[in-house]
Write a protein that binds this ligand. Sequence first.
Ligand SMILES: CC(C)(COP(=O)(O)OP(=O)(O)OC[C@H]1O[C@@H](n2cnc3c(N)ncnc32)[C@H](O)[C@@H]1OP(=O)(O)O)[C@@H](O)C(=O)NCCC(=O)NCCS
Length: 212
Amino acid sequence: MKDIPLFTTEYGAANLILGSVPGFGTAYARILSARDGNALARECAQFCRAAGAEAVYATGLPESESWPLSTEIWRMTAQKASLPQSQAELIPVTAETLEEWAALYNRKFRAVPNAVWLSSSLGQAVLKAREAFFVRLSGRTVGIAKGAENQIHVVAALAPGGGRAAVLALARELEGPEIALEVASVNGKALALYQSLGFQQTETLSKWYKIG
Ligand SMILES: CC(C)(COP(=O)(O)OP(=O)(O)OC[C@H]1O[C@@H](n2cnc3c(N)ncnc32)[C@H](O)[C@@H]1OP(=O)(O)O)[C@@H](O)C(=O)NCCC(=O)NCCS
């Protein structure tokens, strides 16, 4: 499903992100300008629901608006040299294993706030960029990971200890000196994992409200 870069009404303008509607049932609105934030948010929600969204989230609303806060998105960083060593290995995703990786990703990220659903076309882009990996430890697949430059994009655990293995194996291959990631402030398990490895919150990137 295509995004709507500029959705305009008499109340203002927003960027509607609809790519996760088919898989996760979620749509996102980035408010660009608002004469009446509440009315614009309601119209965004109405449009997204007509496109099939079950839940709609917005960012960029004036602070005074009264929608419930869904999550903040935080940037966290750690110094690569300070991360513990791990024996875990990264196995690159290939054309043959892409479908399996994407299915695992979509299963693990369905309930993660603000996660993007991996459609088959996004999956092909991930494959082309060579950024996605299975994480192996002691002969078992324990997680999945994706990242580029100094950024961790995706980590998920498929076995106990898999989250830690995924972060450490991926960070080892990424560029230093600083490793960065984004996390939803309400994702308690992810926060606990990152904090246990020494990642610290450096910035609040956005605040998302549930609308409609
Ligand atoms: C965030 C996350 C990696 C933290 O992991 P952790 O608490 O350190 O967990 P561990 O590495 O000890 O592993 C436990 C996980 O392995 C999973 N697991 C255990 N045995 C498993 C098995 N046989 N098959 C599949 N999964 C299994 C558990 O379900 C648990 O995952 P869950 O937290 O999603 O329920 C993990 O919670 C996760 O994968 N969450 C979903 C994706 C996510 O939020 N990623 C971070 C985005 S910023």
